[in-house]
Design a protein around this ligand. Structure first.
Ligand code: NAD
Length: 532
């Protein structure tokens, strides 16, 4: 199953077969929507948005509060759906999906209005006017998601878009489409309980062409989360209709461990950053850069933790640290990158292969590669799997140089007990975010914008920036006083040009002498104009 948007010759299947990646069990089929069906969904969303856009913030908060209550009430069932569809552990579903969604809901309920309320700003020279920045809904926001966090990827962009007064259509990944139906039911119930149309939030299923139909279908903005390759396609497609896009693409995040780092703290962060969700996270620390002096001790520590990890099917009732990978092609990529690194001299400290004895072929052992160097593919290509690649660096300059030697720039982390040094290093890393003495935590601080630079995309989700990205930021000028004096620029008069020139000089010339000179000239020009 590959994204059929690539070829016009390809006959697009009408359904998507879904299976549990951890057990291989066939779950059923879901429809793959045609472009016509996507258009029809957009039309329905537009109708639903017409009344929603006029709702007061109080009403929108009520809906989000109900969603939060329902999320807490149904968290266990939702986690089970997530795990069955993505193969991840229940712990990760709760920690990495339910919790950030709950926090985003809390933050939006508490602070959303303050960031979307219209603001009066200085009207500069125009003191008789009032100037405002207003945040108007866009209309229908299209969201296209990958498979790694099935619920969080849906609700992360949906919460701000909805709160900003938009309807939302989410095209979920073909690899985690089985959960679309229960998630839609969950959202329908929330909206119905609050008296709103289910068309306000619609989850649709399909392959790449369904996503492409959403991009070109007349939505007012696209939030695309996925690979760089498809991000470029979305950008090309959106250029045809000038549909604005936010691109949240891949990453190759560096984690720098300095010689004065707390090694326990750094080692545990590195293990989480490599193996949570089987490493299928855009924020995974894909390159761990460790200073010479602590290199061996660090490798020994991460090896010790990793060799104790338990891997199995997450819903079989056992205690599991690392689950399955979601997409078969990704397992192959991981396998190739590991083999390439080993062939080029990396040393294997844990794992290194698929786990054949597990119920499906989607298990790759939690793997540690040490002595990874520039010429290995794993230093440059996104792994998106349970592999920690460790590289030795000698000093700060080398750490920064290696950290920035990537086409991606999503996030980064630095471990050092010296805050000045940590900041010095952090400030030189070209990325959308840096965590000092931690990893990925910026995602839990909803006041912080989230997004990347370079090949990791552009635009921001989360925070004030993410909320406002779901709006038309509109500039409005209105009367402060009811003066109603016409500004008569036409028909032009002689000496208009001189009057304007001296007026500009009077306003912006430096020093009293020059201003006085301009004032005298302005008087002359005005007089000439009056007499002409
Ligand atoms: P992908 O690009 O293969 O697919 C993402 C989505 O795009 C899917 O729903 C797919 O059907 C759709 N799609 C494919 N072709 C399309 C087209 N031409 N037009 C419109 N939509 C199209 O990505 P994936 O394999 O599902 O996810 C893994 C990637 O996502 C990794 O690179 C990962 O780093 C990235 N990711 C980034 C973030 C972030 O926030 N930056 C978060 C999660 C994942």
């Amino acid at each position: 199953m590959s994204a059929p948007a690539e070829s016009l010759e390809y006959e697009i299947p009408a359904t998507i077969p879904c299976s549990d990646p951890a057990t291989g069990e066939h779950l059923g089929e879901v429809p793959a929507l045609t472009p016509e069906q996507v258009s029809e969904r957009i039309a329905r969303a537009r109708v639903a948005q017409e009344s929603w856009r006029h709702t007061p913030f109080r009403e929108r908060r009520k809906v989000l509060r109900h969603l939060l209550d329902m999320l807490l009430e149904h968290a266990d069932a939702l986690c089970e759906e997530i795990c069955r569809d993505a193969g991840k552990t229940l712990d990760n579903a709760m920690l990495g999906e339910i919790w950030p969604i709950a926090e985003k809901l809390r933050w939006t309920i508490a602070h959303g209005e303050q960031h979307l309320r219209s603001e009066t700003v200085s009207s500069g020279l125009l003191q008789h006017k009032r100037a405002k920045v207003e945040y108007h809904p866009l209309g229908v926001v299209g969201v296209i998601t990958p498979w790694n966090f099935p619920l969080q990827n849906i609700l992360g962009p949906t919460i701000p878009a909805l709160f900003a007064g938009n309807a939302v259509i989410i095209k979920v990944s073909e690899w985690t489409s089985w959960s679309a139906e229960p998630f839609q039911r969950f959202l329908d119930r929330c909206l119905a309980d609050c008296g709103y149309s289910p068309d306000l939030i619609q989850i649709i299923t399909g392959y790449g062409d369904t996503g492409a139909a959403l991009v070109s279908g007349g939505v007012d903005k696209i939030v695309f989360t996925g690979s760089m390759r498809n991000g470029k396609r979305v950008l090309e497609q959106s250029a045809k209709t000038l549909t604005p896009v936010i691109l949240e693409l891949g990453g190759k995040d560096p984690m720098i461990v300095c010689d004065d780092a707390d090694l326990d703290q750094a080692a545990h962060a590195a293990v989480s950053a490599a193996f949570i969700a089987s490493g299928q996270m855009c924020l995974a620390a894909e390159r761990v850069l460790v200073f010479d002096a602590v290199y061996d001790a660090f490798v020994a520590k991460v090896q010790d933790i990793t060799l104790r990890l338990r891997q199995d099917a997450p819903l079989a009732g056992k205690l599991v640290d690392v689950g399955a990978m979601t997409m078969p092609a990704q397992v192959e990529i991981v396998e190739q990158l590991v083999q390439d690194a080993l062939a080029k001299g990396a040393s294997l400290k844990a794992g290194g292969k698929r786990t054949k004895r597990k119920p499906s072929k989607h298990f790759f052992e939690p793997t540690i590669l040490a002595d990874v160097t520039d010429e290995m593919r794993i230093m440059n290509e996104e792994t998106f799997g349970p592999v920690m690649a460790i590289t030795r660096v000698h000093d700060e300059d080398e750490a920064v140089r290696v950290a920035n030697a990537s086409e991606y720039g999503l996030s980064s982390s630095v471990f050092s007990k010296d805050p000045v040094r940590a900041r010095r290093i952090a400030d030189q890393i070209v990325a959308g975010s840096t965590c000092i003495n931690d990893w990925a935590l910026m995602y839990m601080v909803q006041d912080l914008p989230f997004g990347g630079v370079k090949g990791s995309g552009f635009g921001r989700l989360n925070g004030r920036e993410g909320l406002r990205a779901c709006t038309n930021v509109k500039a409005v000028i209105e009367d402060r006083l009811p003066l109603h004096r016409a500004i008569k620029l036409f028909p032009g008069r002689r000496y208009d040009y001189d009057v304007t020139r001296e007026g500009v000089r009077l306003l912006y010339a430096k020093g009293a002498g020059k201003k006085f000179e301009a004032l005298v000239e302005l008087g002359k020009a005005l007089r000439k104009r009056a007499l002409s």
